[in-house]
Design a protein around this ligand. Structure first.
Ligand code: CP3
Length: 344
C-alpha cells in the first residue's frame, strides 16, 4: 500500500507543495505542560522510564501544534545505561556517566543482547503511542549513532571538542573500535525492538559527527550508520531511516547513497541552496531552521522559514530545525513557523 502519511511520503521521495513538519526536542522544557509532567515524574530519567508519562509528553506537542510526526520521548544515553554504565543528570549541567578508558571498563559492560531488560519501558511507550497518536501522525523512534554515544561513554559527560574520545581513538584504537562495535550491536537491537513495538521510522542522531575528519568520518560515522541501516532494513524491509550526521559539512555529499538512509538531516550551518544541489539530488533532506529563531521570532523567523521551504521545494523535504529547540524558546514562535509553512 502506498504511504499516505505526509512524513512517509516525503521519505519515499515525494516532492510535496507543503512539506511535513516536526521539530527536534519538540517535547521539551520550552513547553509549560512538559515541565509540569516532568515535575510529576520527579526527574528526567524517571520520566523516560515511565511509559504513561513519556507517552504523555510525546503527545503534548502534537495536541498543541498538530505536527506531522511525533518522536518517541527518550534519550540517546539510555543505551549506555542499558549496557551497564552509570548515568545521571546534573541540573543545569547535563549528563554524567561512568567512564570507559581501559579494557576492563569495556569488559564490565553487558553484552548487547541484554539491553532489553532496562529498555523494555521504552518499548511500552512506543506501544502506547501507536494506539494514541492521531492516524495521520507518523511515529519516529531513535537512537544515538555509535560515535556520538561513545563520546559520552568515554568522557563520562558532554565535551565541547570530544577530546577524550579522540584521544582514545588515536591512543588505543582496538579498545575504541571494540566499544563502537558494542554500541553498534546494541543500537541495532534497540531500534529493531522499537520498530517491532510500532515505530514507523527511525532516526540515528550523530550529533558529533562533524568532529570526525577524513577517513575517521568514513570509518566511525558513515560505516556504522550504513551497517545499522542495512541490518534494520534486512530485518524490517521497507523501514525508512533518517540519518543526522550533524555538522558533516562537505561529507553530507553522498552520505545517503553511501549509508542507504532515506533522508539526511541538515544542521543549521548548511546552506539550503547548496544542499538542494548537492544533497537533495540523492533524495529527501530534513531541516534546517536555526533554533535561535524560536527564541527571537519576528520577521526574521518568517523570512528564514520561507527561504528554506522555497530553496528545498524542488525535491523531497521534511521541515525541521537544524538542532533541538532550546528551553528559552517562545512556544508562540513554533505556531508562527507552522502557519508560515502551511499558509505560505
Ligand atoms: O527530540 C525529542 O523531543 C525526543 C527526545 C530526545 C531527547 N534527547 C530528550 C531530552 C532526543 C531525540 C534526544 C537526543 C539526544 N540526547 C541527543 C542527540 C541530539 C542532540 O541534541 O544533539 C543527545 C546528544 C542527548 C544527550 C543529552 N540529553 C544531553 C546532552 C542532555 C542535557 C542537555 C539538555 O538539553 O539539558 C539531555 C537531556 C534531555 N534529553 C532533555 C530532553 C527533553 C532535557 C532534560 C530535562 O527535562 O531536563
Amino acid at each position: 500500500m502506498a504511504a499516505t502519511k505526509k512524513l512517509l511520503r516525503a521519505l519515499a521521495g515525494e516532492t510535496q507543495e507543503i512539506p511535513p513538519i516536526w521539530m527536534m526536542r519538540q517535547a521539551g522544557r520550552y513547553l509549560p505542560e512538559y515541565r509540569a509532567t516532568r515535575a510529576q515524574a520527579g526527574d528526567f530519567l524517571s520520566l523516560c522510564y515511565n511509559p504513561e508519562l513519556a507517552a504523555e509528553v510525546t503527545l503534548q506537542p502534537i495536541r498543541r501544534y498538530g505536527f506531522d510526526a511525533s518522536i518517541l520521548f527518550a534519550d540517546i544515553l539510555l543505551v549506555p545505561q542499558a549496557l551497564g554504565a552509570d548515568l545521571w543528570f546534573v541540573t543545569g549541567e547535563g549528563p554524567r556517566l561512568s567512564t570507559i578508558t581501559e579494557q576492563r571498563d569495556l569488559d564490565a559492560l553487558k553484552p548487547a543482547s541484554e539491553i532489553h531488560e532496562t529498555l523494555s519501558p521504552i518499548y511500552e511507550t512506543v506501544r502506547i503511542l501507536t494506539r494514541e497518536l492521531p492516524r495521520d501522525v507518523t511515529l519516529i523512534g531513535f537512537a544515538g549513532a555509535p560515535w556520538t554515544v561513545a563520546t559520552y561513554m568515554i568522557a563520562g559527560r558532554g565535551t565541547p571538542d570530544q577530546g577524550p574520545a579522540h584521544a582514545l581513538k588515536d591512543g588505543n584504537r582496538p579498545l575504541f573500535e571494540a566499544l563502537l562495535e558494542r554500541i553498534t550491536e546494541a543500537t541495532i537491537d534497540y531500534l529493531s525492538a522499537q520498530i517491532e513495538a510500532g515505530a514507523e521510522v527511525v532516526k540515528i542522531f550523530d550529533s558529533w559527527a562533524g568532529s570526525l575528519k577524513g577517513a575517521d568520518f568514513d570509518r566511525y560515522a558513515l560505516e556504522p550508520c550504513r551497517r545499522i541501516t542495512a541490518e534494520l532494513k534486512r530485518r524490517h524491509p521497507g523501514i525508512p531511516v533518517i540519518g543526522f550526521p550533524r555538522q558533516a559539512g562537505e561529507k553530507y555529499i553522498g552520505f545517503a547513497k553511501a549509508t542507504g538512509v532515506d533522508c539526511v538531516g541538515l544542521d543549521s550551518d548548511v546552506d539550503v541552496d547548496w544542499a538542494a544541489r548537492h544533497v537533495q539530488v540523492d533524495g529527501c533532506v530534513q531541516g534546517n531552521l536555526a533554533p535561535h529563531h524560536m527564541v527571537e521570532g519576528g520577521q526574521p523567523l518568517i523570512d528564514e522559514t520561507r527561504r528554506i521551504v522555497k530553496a528545498l521545494s524542488g525535491g523531497p523535504h521534511v521541515f525541521n530545525l537544524g538542532h533541538g529547540i532550546t528551553p528559552d524558546a517562545n512556544p508562540d514562535n513554533v505556531q508562527v513557523m507552522i502557519d508560515t509553512i502551511r499558509e505560505g
